[in-house]
Design a protein around this ligand. Structure first.
Ligand code: SF4
Length: 322
């Protein structure tokens, strides 16, 4: 069974998590662009903030994952001036089958980009910023120094803004991850994206255990950093697969987990296996909470950086009260 419906193993398990079966509400995705289920409703841009955010990005010649990855939440996020900066260009050296970012040979790094990101964070008045990047396997350090420079530039201009980096895996390049750790982001985020057996078809250029180790290394380098990871559902995983991923993430002491519905960007991308119902998302969230994560966000439109500022505030509170 290649979906989130109950497996025998899950049914037989002793923990109190209910089975995931809502056949009357679940929809199997027969065609990539079939009508999305009623629970996937995108918010339209509201007010001038959306257009001001867009204008600033154009003026500063910056890229965002919001646009490049065709994120469904852009209307809501940009209307609140929340944008996730995507640095080091718009061309990625990997060809993940879920991702809408273009693959190819990237341009040289722009040495002025960290300063422009910092300027824009200040202009937007962000309390919390998420900075991500394309994979830069062409660079000796995978782009780690450029990311560290961006963290430092933001910190100089906006010392009260908390900084979350959503990093590539640096393909295990020696010394790369340490460069980012030393820049001391407040949140170190790296997405596993999917379950191990789907890596060859979904994330062929990556290795599950390399990603897991990166998260573990981040926590060991700085036990005070908040670590975060995310997976998409609806790619063909089972609940048992998710349970294993959660256990692996907790073994790496990851603090925060995000789980969201995969949406196929174009017909050439990995097909949607199924649309997971809100009820099943609740069960995933309950399961994650039993595993001991400090925070969990699981819903159809959850994305790594969606509501990241509020989640960070909650995480800090949780840690203080724990
Ligand atoms: S969820 Fe993240 S990537 Fe999507 S629009 Fe919001 S900030 Fe951008």
């Amino acid at each position: 069974m290649s979906n989130l419906e109950t497996t025998d193993a899950v049914r037989a398990s002793n923990d109190a998590v209910p089975r995931l079966r809502h056949p009357e509400k679940s929809k199997r995705a027969d065609s990539p662009f079939q009508r999305k289920p009623s629970w996937i409703r995108l918010k339209k841009p509201e007010g001038p903030a959306f257009y001001e955010t867009r204008r600033l990005m154009r003026e500063q010649q910056l890229s965002t994952v919001c646009e490049e990855a065709s994120c469904p939440n852009i209307g809501e996020c940009w209307s609140k001036r929340h944008a996730t900066f995507m640095i080091m260009g718009e061309i990625c050296t990997r060809g993940c089958s879920f991702c809408n970012v273009a693959t190819g040979r990237p341009d040289a790094l722009d040495m002025f980009e960290p300063g422009r990101v910092a300027h824009s964070v200040k202009q937007l008045g962000l309390r919390h910023v998420v900075i991500t990047s394309v994979d830069r396997d062409d660079l000796d350090d995978g782009g780690a120094e450029h990311m560290a420079q961006t963290i430092r530039a933001v910190r100089r201009q906006s010392p009260d803004t908390t900084i979350e980096v959503l990093t590539p895996d640096f393909r295990g390049k020696k010394g790369a991850e340490e460069i980012v750790f030393e820049a001391r982001p407040d949140v170190f985020n790296h997405n596993l994206e999917t379950v191990p057996h789907l890596y060859p078809s979904v994330r062929p250029g990556a290795r599950y255990y390399t990603s897991l180790r990166l998260l573990d290394d981040a926590k060991r380098a700085d036990p005070n950093v908040f670590t975060k990871s995310g997976v998409m559902v609806g790619l063909g995983e089972t609940m048992e697969d998710l349970r294993q991923v959660m256990d692996d993430l907790r073994a790496a002491e990851v603090d925060f987990l995000t789980v969201g519905q995969y949406l196929q960007p174009t017909p050439k991308h990995h097909p949607v296996d199924r649309f997971v119902t809100p009820e099943d998302f609740k069960k995933i969230e309950e399961l994650a909470r039993t595993k001991g994560f400090l925070g969990v966000s699981a819903s159809p439109l959850t994305r790594s950086s969606f509501h990241a500022d509020e989640d960070f505030a909650r995480l800090k509170k949780q840690r203080l009260s724990g």
